[in-house]
Design a protein around this ligand. Structure first.
Ligand SMILES: [Zn+2]
Length: 439
């Protein structure tokens, strides 16, 4: 027999003897959130898998078997950064064709494991959700109030997160990172205000489902939900900020429809288990379901959006000078007035640079803060500090200066001085000031 023929036969023999893998693990990502850790496996094909837990002895283990699967990465080198996972490693597979991956866990948790179908950005994925505290920073909580009147609660929703990067700018800026920074700045400003408190629905880089975001705002009985985003268009020209409120019909313009489509993509990329999506997940509201409280929430959301636009246009170009309507799932709370702020076009190179700058992030956050404050000053919810201090009177508290008050009430030191005929800038605790209305 010829040498080359023997060679070919030898090759064929190896081919038939080596295990044939239908699937392969291409990558693994770990997304720790305050009360959960998500692990995402990227796979070349739809996974066939099974899993079980070993909780009788330590270390506690979650074992996942991938049938007919090899791997392209070293799973032990995947950075975990989760308090729940002490180690990810390989273990002896149940057969030669499969891969067994073991998670060593610090707690006995009840995992949820589900596949996600391929889309434009990702191939097939398998998601492992482990409930439990996963980052050192604790879950956002609302601070107890030291006031007799309750504080107004503002739920701040930084768009996207985790596997969902949001829009990506021409220089590679991820929307999810920029909007988290703006949201954190806004939360800090609100928390410094004695009449308000903030709750960050997403406080780090992880995904929260759209419906879960509105549910959270309802759970904490928020007085307002502000979802923070950065816009993108298919061409680099469009620029400027805009504010969106809920419509119970699909948007009637291109930008609105694009926004609706992008929002649905969030749950696809971020990864929401199909079984927990509901018919109204995407905001197509059955008109019969639009209750009186929903009407009220929508009208209030619109008024608050107008106040925010008034403030934003002082510091940035507006793409639209009136609140825009779209059917967005994140705005469909039946009880919490909601709006979505597009802070600028990340697809416009100049605005991408702005959005990346700390200065612009602070300016946007401050404009939203002032808008929120004007709204509650005008429409104070019952029993709140805003309601009892409605007559634009301010009782000076320890540590407050004229400049602090000018900032808070969106007026100037000079205006407060003039209104109250003050000769000096020194304030006394308990002193009552007339606050000029902002203009
Ligand atoms: Zn967005």
């Amino acid at each position: 027999m010829h040498r080359w023929l023997m060679g070919i036969l030898a090759c064929l023999a190896t081919l038939t003897l080596a295990p044939v893998y239908a699937n392969s693990i291409e990558n693994v990502r770990v997304w720790p959130a305050p009360d959960n850790t998500r692990v995402v496996f990227d796979l070349s094909e739809t996974p066939a898998f099974s899993y079980f837990t070993l909780y009788d002895t330590k270390p506690y283990r979650l074992v996942i078997d991938f049938d007919n699967t090899n791997r392209k990465i070293d799973v032990s080198k995947v950075p975990t950064d989760s308090l729940l996972i002490s180690k990810i490693r390989l273990s002896t597979p149940k057969d030669k064709q499969s891969t067994r991956i073991v998670f060593e866990l610090t707690e006995k948790v009840d995992p949820t494991v589900f596949p996600l179908a391929a889309n434009d950005r990702y191939g097939e994925r398998l998601v492992v959700d482990l409930p439990g505290r996963s980052i050192a920073r604790s879950a956002p909580v609302l601070r107890a109030s030291d006031l007799k009147e309750r504080k107004v609660t503002v739920a701040i929703d930084a768009g996207h997160g985790g596997d969902d990067p949001g829009s990506i700018g021409p220089a590679g800026t991820y929307e999810k990172h920029v909007v988290l920074k703006i949201s954190r700045a806004l939360a800090d400003m609100i928390n410094e205000d004695p009449a308000m408190q903030a709750y960050l629905i997403r406080s780090d880089d992880y995904y929260v489902g759209l419906k879960a975001r509105t549910r959270k705002a309802e759970e904490i009985k928020a007085d307002l939900l502000v979802s923070v985003h950065a816009d993108a268009f298919t061409t680099p020209q469009p620029r400027g900020a805009s504010v969106w409120v809920l419509s119970n019909r699909r948007a009637n313009n291109e930008m609105g429809r694009l926004l609706e489509d992008k929002e649905r993509l969030s749950d696809v990329l971020g990864g929401v288990e199909i079984s927990i999506q509901t018919d109204d997940t995407y905001g197509y509201l059955n008109e019969a379901l639009v209750s009186m409280s929903m009407d009220h929430a929508m009208a209030s959301g619109y008024e608050a959006a107008e106040e925010i636009i008034n403030e934003m246009k002082k510091i940035t170009r507006m793409h639209k000078s009136k609140p825009q309507h779209a059917s967005l799932a994140v705005l469909t709370s039946g009880s919490v007035p909601s709006m979505l702020v597009e802070t600028g076009f990340i697809s416009n190179p100049e605005e991408e640079r702005l959005l990346l700058s700390n200065k612009y992030q602070q300016q946007i956050a401050r404009a939203v803060y002032h808008g929120v404050r004007s709204y509650f000053t005008r429409k104070p919810p019952d029993g709140t500090y805003f309601a009892t201090n409605r007559a634009s009177k301010h009782v000076v508290r320890s540590g407050e200066s004229l400049s602090v008050l000018a900032e808070r009430y969106n007026t100037s030191v000079q205006a407060i001085k003039e209104r109250n005929k003050l000769k000096s800038t020194v304030l006394k605790v308990g002193q009552v000031l007339d606050i000029p209305s902002s203009g």
